[in-house]
Design a protein around this ligand. Sequence first.
Ligand code: PMP
Length: 405
Amino acid sequence: MAILDKFSGLAARYEQLKASGGDPFSIQFDDIISSVEGVVKGKRTLLFGTNNYLGLTFDPISMERSIDAIRKHGTGTTGSRIANGSYREHEKLERELADFYGHEHCMVFSTGYQANLAMISTLVGKDDHLIIDADSHASIYDASRLGHAPVVRFRHNNPEDLAKRLARLKDQPGEKLIVVEGIYSMLGDTAPLKEFVDVKREFGAYLMVDEAHSMGVLGQRGRGLAEREGVEEDVDFVVGTFSKSLASVGGFCVSSVEGFDILRLAARPYMFTASLPPAIIASTLSALETLRNEPQRRAKLRANSRRFYNGLKDAGFTVGPEANPIVAVILNDPAVATMFWKRLVDEGMYLNLALPPATPNSSAFLRSSVSAAHTEEHIDFAIALMTRVGREFGILPEAPEYSNV
Ligand code: PMP
């Protein structure tokens, strides 16, 4: 037991969390009925805590293609691509993604987490510099520890701070790689990409954008924040995941930087892990086709996001800074947030409880994500429920006499 003693503080905090109103880490779905509905403890529950932005997890064509791929090519590849070889479909998926982004090259990875680990830890070495946003996703932080480049953090979404830090490195040899995200996964805010691009140009750095939460969501064609902001030419590496809009699992990086493919022989999180199984590739290809051909899903997602965000804001909640599909309701007190979260789950709404240290500024909040598959009724139900519980908890003022919410 001694080997685990170092976790006694964490274990104590977890016990405290459970005592304060529930165990958010032990949620189990008895059943998943659709992209936006499941069953928790026998109760039909609306899912507002997925990243299922386009609502494609139950897409009938993707499911059929996946099943067909298993029949034709089996359940797994049982090894890495450098050891066991690639299936034709790995390359097809890479070509389709490169084509979608209008880039020359693409590598796919077994998870989005590994895409960041592989790319960031390999692109910059001990003689280079890695410059990351302070609110970066854990995979970006972990990549910075796996690699050998010195790491500089700049203030979240702050181009002036980025410029200041790059100026300090101006006379240092080596390449500089800046890493930012399209939509930030916790509060749903977007990066000021145009300003970052100006800074990148001024200092001759490379720019990587993790579009995990913005692919399929932002931009006319759904390519993400860089597309929406019209700065795609200045983004040297786009990283993304299949686990959100594309409703499966896996990750990718696209780029037109010359010589990109040498990374297949250098990036360890690509080389030393089993490659994506056929069923996953098939459903991912199918979802990518849908993402490209059905822009109406994106339009619906945007309308749903606005409805939910504005509804909560109008009710009086403190919400995140932008009406994106990730909507955070900030509650600050972890005990209140936990009780609030539990109450919503008990009443048939599932969303994510976000607690320090995983949150920006050590805040506690409820993180929800909207899907194109939500109906207006789903969204209105969620707003009404959260408003009712918010009033009961004293977070919102009492309802006026005439209110029927
Ligand atoms: N990047 C960001 C910004 C993320 O939010 C996540 C996952 N939430 C990842 C990368 C990792 O993706 P995956 O879960 O597909 O491994």
